[in-house]
Design a protein. Sequence first.
Length: 399
Amino acid sequence: MEVLRVVTLAGDPEREADLAPRLATEPSLDLYLRCVDRVELLAAMRSGAIDAIIAVGAPSWFDDAAAAEAARAGLRVVGVADNSLETRALENRGASVLDARSSVGQIVDACRSARPITPAAPSETTGSRSGRVIAVWGPKGAPGRTTIAIELAYALAGTADPTVLIDADPYGGDALQLLGVVEELPTILWAAAAAASDDGRRDLVANLRRVGGHGLLLVPGLPRADLWPEVGHYGYAELIKLLAAEARFVVLDIGFCLEDQSSLGGPGGRNTLALAALERADSVIAICRADVVGVKNFIWSFESLRELVDDDRISIVLNRVHGGEGREIDELLSRHTGLRSSVVFPDLPLDCRKAVEQGEALQEVRPSSDICTRTRLLAERLGGKVRPRGLLARLAGRS
């Protein structure tokens, strides 16, 4: 049998490091090079020494130009994808795509049977599909915006659809730390700049970090609050548009202040991230902390939200409710706003503290928590097809 000379592309370095040694021991393959960047890939293709490319994940540097050169060289490209976003990116480059669980034998067979690639033409529908954009807002006073945004995004990511969480709080983002990510990642500064350029936007989604067991895609917030002027208004708006075209749900954790501060610099000033998110949002989760100060802050700030968003797009959420106080607070909000809460979250500080200490979503640390139950209810009301849990899951599994 003819021995195939192949290279691997480390789109996902960990998965590539696991697969490469197994490929190297396959008698019908000669692992010529393990490429970690564009320079190595181009050198391998131009050497004329290889027959096929095995892309493990979807590296940003395997772009249209690299795919076109592979096509001119008559190379076959096999992609090993772990999710739908990687699959789409690789298929757009003309690759034959296998599931990440495929065996070495299946990968070898694909390398032999695949036709030399012809990069796919851009789909006419690219960018026309639109996922649901959900902005999570609350007034000053720590109502629990970020916690609920993380839990909601995590619940939605547990459905069959890709979900993105954008930490868009210009007064300082904490989602990265709350989710236990300690390494430095490209932030909203990079993402907005990439979305504003033709070259950057092409592989933006493939370069986002996945966190948690459900594969939630994360756009981290500003590393320092004083960097807010560096987020371009156009790039940020394009970022939301691009992610909504790629993902089923886009959840934005936005800042509390909704004042137009154009006179202080830039369109909308420091609050441009919140204002642009509300303008684009299909749904707005308005969070009221269920105590005297929290209710006061909410009622005073809610009119500012109403000036920007129609009532039919707003869902009020009561957070940190003690005992049976939810009904009384709901009546108070109804008298002042004319709206009632859609979901009530109990005050369970020990559950939340455990999640923070472990650097994970509460749904991973303690999925039986009542907070998680209420989060899944909210996700369902926003269109997420949340899988049943506990007794309901067991009943659903019966034939």
